[in-house]
Structures are given as C-alpha cells and as structure tokens.
Design a protein around this ligand. Structure first.
Ligand code: GP9
Ligand code: MN
Length: 638
C-alpha cells in the first residue's frame, strides 16, 4: 500500500521516435500542402512516419556501449530532421519533394542561394530543438530516462510491432490507392501514403532499378515503342511547310512566363504590351492553348523536350540523369542542313549540366557566362539581366556563320522576381504573396527586353532573314500561391484551374511572311520540334518522337502533362478528377478513362526509351535497328 509512486521511465529511443514522429506530422500539416479527402487518409497520414522511425531507431538496440548508442540516436535524429527540413525548403519553392537525382545536382546549388534564403524561416529552427534536448538528456542522465540495454524479449516485441506497423500502413495505403507503387508519377501521393522517410527509401530503390534498366535493355524493346509512335504520328502540314526555309532560327525560352499574363492587365496596368502587339501582328502566329510539359528539371526539361520531342522524366532532371544517352535532336537535324548551331545563356556553363548535354545534343557552340560582360548593375536574381544579355547576344550573332540556329534562355523573370528600381515599369500587385506581386513586374521587364531584342536584330540586319520562336519554359507561380492567384483571377484555384494555368505562350514570328494568326489549337512543348522542322522545310524523317506538327490538319487535340494530367478539347484530367472543360466542374470519370490509359502508355514508352537508352539501337535516317547488323531489322517498311 505504501509503495512509493515511481515516475514511469522513458527510453531515450522512444523519446527520439516520438519527437520525430510529431515533427514530421506537424510538417505535413504546416509545410506541405497535402490534400486529405477522407478519414482514412488522415489516419494514414498520421501513422505513416512511424514504421520507418521504429525500424531505424531499433538498430540502436543492437549497440552495446551506452555512449555509442546515445550518439547513434542523436545523430540519426539530426540526419532525419535535416532531411525533413531540406524537403520543407525545397517544397516551398518547387511545390514538390526531393528526389535522389535532384539531390546530386550540386552544380546548381550555388545559384539557388537567393531562392533558398527566401524560403528559410526562423521558425524552422524549432524543428531542431528536440535534438538539443536529447543531447542534454544524454549528458545529464536523469533518472526518469532509461539508457541501459534492452532485453532480448523486449527487442523481439519491439521489432514485431515495427514490422506490423509497416505492413499495416502499406495495407491501408494499398486499399486507399491501388497500384500505389507501380504508378509513381505522383510524389505527393507516395508521401501521403507511405510517409516521407519510406518515400526516400523507395526513391533510392527506383534509382538503382533504373541504372540496371539501361544495362538490361536491348533493341527488341524498340519494336513496341516504334509501333506506338508510328501509329500516332500525323502527316506534317502542307500550307506552312518550308515557309521559313533557309532562314536563321532563333528560339527564345522565356523564363517562367505563363500565358495568363498575355493580353491581360494587373490593377489597370498592361503586363506585356509588346507581346500583346505580337498577338495581333500579321507576321506572328500566337498559340494560346499551348502547355509546358516539364517536371523537376524545369528549364532544362523544356530544352530537352524542344530538342527531342520526347517527354522529360517524372523524377529528377534528364539533363543530369541521362546526359550520356544517344539522342536524335533538332540541333543535329539542323547541322545536317548546314546550319551553325548554338546556345546562348548567361549563366555558369555547368548549370543543369548544360555544357555536357549540349555536346551530346550536337550543338556547335555554347555562349555561356564567360562570353558575356556583366557590367555594374547588370545582374539581378540568378544572373545577368535580359536586356544586356540580348544586346550582347546579337553582337555574337553578327559573327555567326549563316544560316544559324541559336537557342536563347532568358533569366531575369526567375523566382524570387526581384528587380532594381530602374527596371520596374509597373507597380507591384497587392496580394498576400510577395512572389506573385513581384512576378508581374518581372514579366513586364521580360516584355521590354524582347522589344529591345527585336530592335537590336533589325539594327544588326539579322531580322528579315530569321524566324523567331518564343515560348514560356514552365510555370512561374506554383500552387503555393493559390490564394493570391485566386484573388487575381477572381475565381477559386481548383486542380482544374491549376492545370489550365500550365499554359505558356508560344509565338512564331516570321518577318515579312504575312502568315500571322491566333491559333487556339491544343498543343504542348513536345510539338515544337516537328513544327519547327516543318516550317524550315526539314523532313523529321523516321525520328522516334511523341510530338506532332501543330499545323497539321490531323493534329490530335490531346496534351499530356508529365505527371499524368491531360487536356483534350472537352476534358481536363487533374487531381485524380475528370473535369468538364466548359463548366470547370467535375464530371464522370469514365469520360476520362480511355485518355488516362493512353497518357500512361505514352509516358511509359517514353521512359522506356530514356531509361533503356534505346535510341542507341536506332538509325533515324533509315528507320533500322543499328545493332542487329545480321538481321537488318527494318522497323519502318513503307
Ligand atoms: C538557370 C535558368 C533557370 O540557368 O535556366 O533554371 P530553372 O530554375 O528555371 O530551371
Ligand atoms: Mn526556367
């Protein structure tokens, strides 16, 4: 009866697990916008960090020495907290979770500096508080904490619980989302169901599987891929064929430029006066239903699509992960036509691994940062301002052999969208998002730079004999700014609206042609290569590619985004929901089903090509398999 009450004693391991579990769950609620539709999903979200934490901290039970064991617990806590923190910062910018290939893109990190700093808050420090506490406890060894080794029985029970938790979690996730692990385009879905830490383990597994895939691939895989591609190819347009034959080709990638700013105003101020003029110009084709198809590789993904008419990858940047593959590029086809081919971008040459990839793609020359003089006050955000960039680029063009093809990449309109006073031509917007507020100003600056670029080209005598193709590379405003976007667009930003916001402008300007019109055809970046080739009178031959000539009469009105969303004339599939395009309301899923299958099939074939490096087996000139010299398999019999 008189037994003294004893405080229940806690194991330091359990304490560490509880802290991390709590932190991870809090981060789900506060830092990641994970959508929850039902109670089951809330339960899964709550338990999903646990199985991994139990297992990883369980390792400590096998460590005999107390100090080593405590050190293991503390270091593991720190590493996992850091991974969580890195994901939070990454998510604030990219609205996405880190993948292994992204992590190894260290050559990009220097330039990311300003964007990273914008996305770290002082409150993030709170996430590390428990580690300080664990260190203090390990030092002071208070009596209410157990530090000694656990018994065999306890250990067994512990791991039984851990493994049961793991399968319980996986089981719930499978019922909630069948085929979760086989359809892995959607990282949010993965994290939601198996938790951040298991997600990273799964990501490591994917990475090793993909490395093996190339080694195991053989030319026979091309037969299916080729059948699919050929079945979906259309005849190139006749009317515009060769309209720009022999001209210089200037492609301008407009950083973060979305289509909603075109012919639009912000608080009574015109955002893109020059581009607006172009939409009504007699020499310009303006496409207002054109989608970007990029993923984690952002600008580099759009470059990849342009040159190959293939999709980028669902995870990582293909510029990093598959820079050594064999490709049949736009640059190569122009080289064969006697063009001088170049890239122009005033950033470190290794950013996005460009120096390596441009070589692989067959470009003759890369004008990178070292080829530009960045004067005082000529740099903002990630580097050189666009106006001096265009000015100096035209100087380089004067020296080029003609005809030339050059791809230019603008930079000023990049997150965090800061500008010097003298470059602000309009006021900021007035929402709760500084990013969106500054975005309008930065786009306005891009518009000004294009206007000056056209003048520079005319002065250099390069204008008349060129065709200028300009397109937005990817979105600039992520879903993290939905409230502010909703305020601007005066409607709620549903997944349907978000998909529609992935439209970027496309301008095809052919001086003196009189070929201008506004085109509402549905198209995407994969269509750029065949379209440009047709305008230049180049036969795309037997290239394996997913795009279609936009101006072809048979062009299919179906655009697939890299994460499996798609758009047709009637439907939009986004957020796992089928939307009626006219009303913007959800509609019967059956209507979307055939397209869902088609989108998945196309993306899967695409990945097979890239992961297996399949084009190394293929001769695009004659449509034959290269490696099979004995059999001379012909894939494209007339
Ligand atoms: C960097 C520039 C921007 O050189 O192309 O890259 P992004 O972050 O947009 O992919
Ligand atoms: Mn970009």
């Amino acid at each position: 009866m008189n037994k003294k009450w004893k405080m229940p004693r806690l194991s330091i391991v359990i304490l560490a697990i509880v802290f991390l579990w709590a932190k991870t769950y809090i981060s789900y609620l506060t830092s990641f916008s994970i959508s929850i539709d039902n109670v089951m999903q809330s339960i899964i979200l709550f338990i999903n960090p646990l199985s991994f934490l139990l297992l990883i901290f369980g390792v400590s039970f096998f460590i005999k020495k107390e100090n080593t064991r405590n050190a293991y617990v503390i270091i593991t806590s720190f590493i996992l907290t850091f991974i969580l923190f890195a994901n939070m910062v990454f998510y604030r910018f990219f609205n996405d979770f880190i993948t292994l290939p992204v992590l190894f893109q260290t050559s990009n990190f220097g330039d990311l500096g300003s964007s990273v700093m914008e996305n770290i808050f002082w409150t993030d420090g709170l996430y590390f508080l428990d580690i300080v506490l664990l260190i203090v406890l390990a030092k002071m060894k208070p009596s209410f904490i157990i530090f000694r080794e656990s018994s065999k029985i306890n250990r067994r029970a512990y791991f039984l619980v851990a493994i049961a938790t793991f399968f319980f979690n996986l089981g719930l996730a499978e019922t909630e989302r069948p085929q979760l692990l086989t359809r892995t385009f959607d990282r949010e879905m993965l994290v939601k169901n198996i938790g951040t830490y298991n997600y990273h383990i799964y990501d490591i597994y994917l990475q090793s599987r993909q490395s093996a895939q190339r080694a195991l691939a053989d030319s026979s895989e091309l037969v299916d891929v080729n059948n699919y591609v050929k079945a979906n190819q259309v005849d190139a347009a006749d009317e515009l064929k060769g309209i720009a034959e022999g001209r210089n080709l200037i492609v301008v990638s407009l950083e973060s430029t979305q289509n909603f700013v075109i012919n639009n105003e912000m608080n009574g101020q015109v955002i893109t006066p020059f581009l607006n003029e172009l939409t009504r110009d007699e020499d310009t084709i303006y496409m207002d239903n054109f989608y970007h198809q990029t993923e984690q590789g952002k600008t580099s993904d759009s470059e990849f699509i342009l040159d190959n008419s293939l999709y980028p990858l669902g995870r990582g940047a293909v510029f990093f992960t598959h820079s050594g593959n064999e490709y049949h590029t736009l640059a190569e086809s122009l080289n064969n036509k006697g063009y001088f081919t170049a890239n122009m971008h005033a950033n470190n040459k290794s950013f996005w691994n460009r120096d390596i990839v441009y070589d692989t793609f067959g470009y003759d020359r890369y004008y990178s940062l070292v080829d530009y003089t960045v004067g005082d006050g000529e740099s903002v955000n990630w580097g050189m301002k666009d106006i001096p960039f265009f000015e100096q680029s035209v100087e380089h063009m004067r020296e080029m052999e003609q005809p030339f093809y050059t791809k230019m990449i603008t930079l000023t309109n990049h997150h965090p969208f800061f500008l010097d006073e003298e470059d602000k031509f309009i006021e900021e917007y007035d929402s709760n998002s500084g990013t969106l507020n500054r975005y309008f100003q930065a786009v306005r600056y891009t518009d000004e730079s294009i206007k000056e670029f056209f003048t520079d080209l005319k002065e250099a005598g390069l204008y008349e004999n060129s065709i200028i193709v300009m397109y937005g590379d990817h979105y600039g405003i992520s879903e993290n700014h939905n409230v502010a976007m909703g305020q601007y667009l005066e409607r709620e930003i549903t997944p349907f609206e978000t998909a529609q916001l992935q439209r970027v402008p496309l301008f095809i300007h052919i001086p003196g042609s009189g070929a201008g019109f506004v085109d509402h055809t549905l198209a995407g970046q994969v269509d750029l290569k065949p379209t440009i080739q047709n305008l230049l009178g180049i036969d795309s031959g037997k290239a394996i590619q997913f795009g279609q000539d936009i101006f072809s009469k048979d062009n299919e009105d179906f655009v697939i985004l890299r994460d499996g969303r798609f758009i047709t004339n009637e439907l939009v599939y986004a957020g796992e929901t089928c939307w009626d395009k006219e009303t913007g309301e959800p509609t019967d899923r059956e209507a979307c089903d055939p397209y869902i299958a088609r989108a998945n099939e196309e993306l899967a074939y695409n990945d097979e090509i890239i992961y297996g490096d399949l084009l190394r087996f293929y001769d695009a000139e004659n449509g034959r398999l290269k490696s099979d010299e004995d059999t001379e398999t012909i894939l494209n019999e007339e």
